[in-house]
Design a protein around this ligand. Structure first.
Ligand SMILES: Cc1cc2nc3c(=O)[nH]c(=O)nc-3n(C[C@H](O)[C@H](O)[C@H](O)COP(=O)(O)OP(=O)(O)OC[C@H]3O[C@@H](n4cnc5c(N)ncnc54)[C@H](O)[C@@H]3O)c2cc1C
Length: 404
């Protein structure tokens, strides 16, 4: 039996240094510009693709780490650089997660590379579940997929909203209902290949934070796709639906399977923002003098920094634990994935808020990055399950009671 250790191994440390270097030299200096521009930072994604951070290989290597920590380490560093640019770089991986959790091995081989493209020909992926009337309550989604048996095609109709890379992605993974009477158990995921007619972008949203990441509506209007793009295949879908109709539990629900896998990764990004703000505030508090002494010499400031550091470290432990559990296939019996996402995201909001306080007026203006980090942090308590929904998952898991 191997000894218990919380040290990172050499590969993980090398990865951490490499991604940190990119975050420090390329992402962080560009954060302000792309926040102001509110556009996809193509030159930065190109840089990331050139050195291999925006690539399928990067994802595959990180997933090959049996401890599950590599991806968390990389995400923390990227978001430490800038969360909006980080999301622009990792947004495609939402589509990848959708394909990984529901697709057959052949489908994974075919579609996942198309979510990245190559350094000379970059592609994006998008994952669309949310709708105007179906946010937390995914079971209420209305987008319909109807099978046209004669042509072996699916026809999709509906409107998705808040979709990261929505409408600008080359490959969209769309969750739709194939049987509305079955609620979320009647859902299935479809790959919409590049160039398919009938899918288009609706409005692009102007946001409070992560403004370098594109968020828009996606409209499906008689969007016809071949039968083979149904993730998992028709046979498996028919079997699953038959089981549900007989009253047996369905093994997986398309959207939920994806979210379970991605929650610690969302937590890792929030953690990166929190750490950035903590470090910045610590340096500032040592430099800034008022009343003839550094402001950190006041307990009121030093204790804030102590609390910030404790929360950042605790968030990292929860994120790493959840990711390790997922990688080693230990079930989340107490909602550990949700715990990590909830705690890290609320830590990011609190720590960035305290960082503004420590910087005083300088914390409130755009000359300094701290107000941006606070704006960026808020989304992590909302997307991929709000804090309330994460608490619901944990509360139900620990109690066995169907708490509403
Ligand atoms: C920037 C951004 C990017 C996004 N990217 C994507 C994406 O790529 N793909 C995608 O599919 N979606 C995406 N989303 C959507 C996101 O996942 C949803 O916004 C989120 O799930 C919440 O849904 P909602 O906004 O409809 O809020 P609602 O579900 O309407 O919630 C409103 C409030 O009610 C609370 N609430 C709801 N139900 C309960 C309950 N049962 N108990 C207690 N409180 C409850 C919520 O916690 C929240 O506080 C994105 C959103 C944003 C803003």
């Amino acid at each position: 039996m191997s000894e218990f250790s919380m040290d990172l191994n050499e590969d993980q440390r090398t990865l951490q240094d490499w991604v940190h270097g990119f975050a420090k030299d390329v992402i962080r200096p560009a954060g302000h510009e792309w926040d102001e521009r509110e556009e996809t930072p193509w030159p930065i994604i190109e840089e990331a693709a050139k050195i291999g951070i925006y690539s399928l290989d990067f994802l595959a290597n990180a997933f090959a780490d049996p401890t599950g920590l590599s991806m968390m380490i990389a995400l923390e560093e990227l978001a430490w650089g800038d969360a909006g640019i980080c999301m622009a770089i990792v947004g495609s991986s939402l589509a990848v997660a959708g394909i990984m959790s529901n697709g057959t091995p052949e489908q994974q081989m075919e579609w996942i590379p198309q979510c990245y493209g190559t350094p000379g020909d970059i592609k994006l992926g998008a994952f669309g579940v949310s709708e105007p009337d179906a946010g937390s309550d995914v079971s209420a989604l209305r987008t319909r997929a109807v099978y046209d048996e004669a042509k072996d095609e699916w026809v999709l109709n509906g409107t998705k909203t808040w979709i990261t890379n929505g409408g600008i992605a080359n490959t969209h993974v769309i969750v739709a209902s194939v049987d509305p009477e079955l609620g979320s158990r009647g859902h299935a995921s479809f790959v919409i290949p590049e160039g398919t007619p009938g899918i288009r972008m609706g409005q692009k949203f102007q946001k409070m934070g992560i403004r370098a990441s594109h968020t828009a509506e996606v409209i499906l209007d008689d969007c016809r796709v071949p039968g083979r793009v149904l993730l998992g295949g028709k046979e498996k879908l028919d079997e699953r639906l038959a089981r549900v109709r007989e009253g047996k539990r369905a093994q997986s629900q398309a959207a939920m399977a994806t979210f379970e896998a991605t929650r610690p990764a969302v937590g890792a990004q929030a953690l990166g923002i929190a750490r950035a703000a903590y470090e910045f505030a610590l340096d500032y508090a040592k430099e800034r003098k008022q009343f003839g002494r550094a402001i950190i010499e006041n307990q009121a400031i030093a204790f804030k920094l102590a609390d910030m550091k404790i929360a950042v470290d605790a968030a990292r432990l929860l994120v790493w634990r959840a990711s390790w559990m997922a990688a080693t296939r230990k079930p989340f019996l107490n909602g550990e994935g949700s715990m990590s996402k909830l705690f890290a995201s609320e830590t990011a909001v609190n720590v960035t808020n305290e960082a503004i306080q420590i910087l005083g007026g300088y914390g409130y203006v755009r000359e300094y990055p701290v107000e941006r980090w606070h704006r960026d942090s808020k989304i992590y308590t909302i997307f991929e399950g709000t804090s309330e929904i994460q608490r619901l998952v944990v509360a139900r898991s620990i109690s066995g009671v169907h708490i509403k």
